[in-house]
Design a protein around this ligand. Sequence first.
Ligand SMILES: *[C@@H]1O[C@H](CO)[C@@H](O)[C@H](O)[C@H]1NC(C)=O
Length: 541
Amino acid sequence: MRTIRLVSALRVFLSLLLVQSPWQSSPAVVDAAGGGTWEVVVENAGIASMHTAVTHYGNVVLLDRTNIGPSQLPLPKGVCRNNLLDRVSTHDCTAHSAVYTPGTNNIRPLFIFTDTWCSSGQFRADGTLVQTGGDADGNSKIRTFSPCSSSGSCNWVETKTPLQLGRWYATNQQLPDGTEIVVGGRSAFTVEFVPADGRGQYNLPLLTATNDAQNDNYYPFVHLLPNNLLYIFANRDSILYNWQTHTTVSNFPTIPGEPRNYPSAGSSVMLPLTASSGWTYAEILICGGSQFGAYLNPSRQLPASQTCGRILPLATNPAWVMENMPIRRNMGDMILLPTRQVLIINGAENGSQGWGFATNAVLNPVLYNPGFAAGTRFQTLTATTIPRVYHSTANLLADGRILVAGSNTHQFYTFTQPFPTELRIEAFSPPYLSVGARPAIATAPAALGYNKGFTVKVTFAGVLNGVIELNLLSAPFVTHSYAQGQRLLQLAVSAPGKVSGGKYTIKSTSPPSATIAPASYYMLFAVANGIPSVAAWVHIS
Ligand SMILES: *[C@@H]1O[C@H](CO)[C@@H](O)[C@H](O)[C@H]1NC(C)=O
């Protein structure tokens, strides 16, 4: 026992020594020119997606709520929802979920019975999307979606096992043991696990402590750190949490500025974990939010937060380092790009989350380079023409584009200006897609265990500058401007052995453990000169 304690104390000590930015030696490549391009890929998806997730078939699950009356996407002939508990329409022959296929842009309606409004989810190790909670009859439901190719007919399954507590506005995070933790929700100051595996619900004092007059603790930000503890942030406070002993390990300083969670609507990512740090370096970035009171007094349209904060949760004395975004923003989605940059997209400059509670949509995404010197990290990108405010989403596709869906700041489907219910789907191509020839993955393993050597063959027509990076990205469950379960793993790579012409062979090693990479399907991107390939899906387990 004693030896184990000493060894783990030594480990913690060693990991603290290693807390220094792994990006300084290899900063992300600057985008040569331009600010990216927008295209409308679907003129009318029929539904406004409030929750969106990319499956390992490359197609995308769109999920709205059910009790909003008819959508514009009919269910297949003869299929209707006859749900006597639906508050709006007990007989509804339209879909509230769908599968979108990038490329063909096809939309296939899915059938979902109980209400999924403001729910949460995560992909399981086998690639099944496990979605939990919602409103009304869906409040304690667990539903699964086992994805299939775009010619398949897979659909939602409502499981018989309920959540232990009804949850609305919770956050899920996949864990190294193959289950997912479900954190919080409206008036739900506990965590639980799906599947529970004999575990109960456990109080989370952080949620009680951060439950202010406008409940700024919905959709907490949850990140699985490389030492197997969870970083959990709600309102303006955060903790280290041991999910195995159900205890709070330590408290972090309060972030300066505005509240950051629903309804104040900031967002958060864990910056890339890196093999070069021995998988010990972790840094959290939180951006945007709304002033306290913006939700309580929406008519005031208070200006949104302009700040981001960075913190090293594994450092000896963690402290927030603040910086300013070029544009104020609430409801911004933060998306980790294959190039290790962060895209902040969607949202508004005034107000807060809530129906009709925001104005002054932010149409320009901004790009954040975590490895650059403070003051030089942001780049403002090309604006869209379509506001994406409350209930909109953004997801990285395997082809490197960002799929932008939803926006519905009304209770029902309402097509009045300035923010009509938005049924168009857009794709944003970041600047990296217009700077030159892209690398392509010729061969990569389809499945990998932990800590396994492997080889990837890449073709690249350009003049290679430095190494070809191999970066793994999880496919998160995105809702309410937060991507649940999002993580980027920058693998170790050999110097690219050039075979002939533009053919390169790169040797790498898979992530060391399920703590670094919970078993799942990941998108493997090869990145040459700051330009990503199309990803290959790799199953890590
Ligand atoms: C909206 O926010 C901007 C700052 O981004 C501020 O100048 C403006 O006064 C705000 N609008 C209102 C109505 O307060």
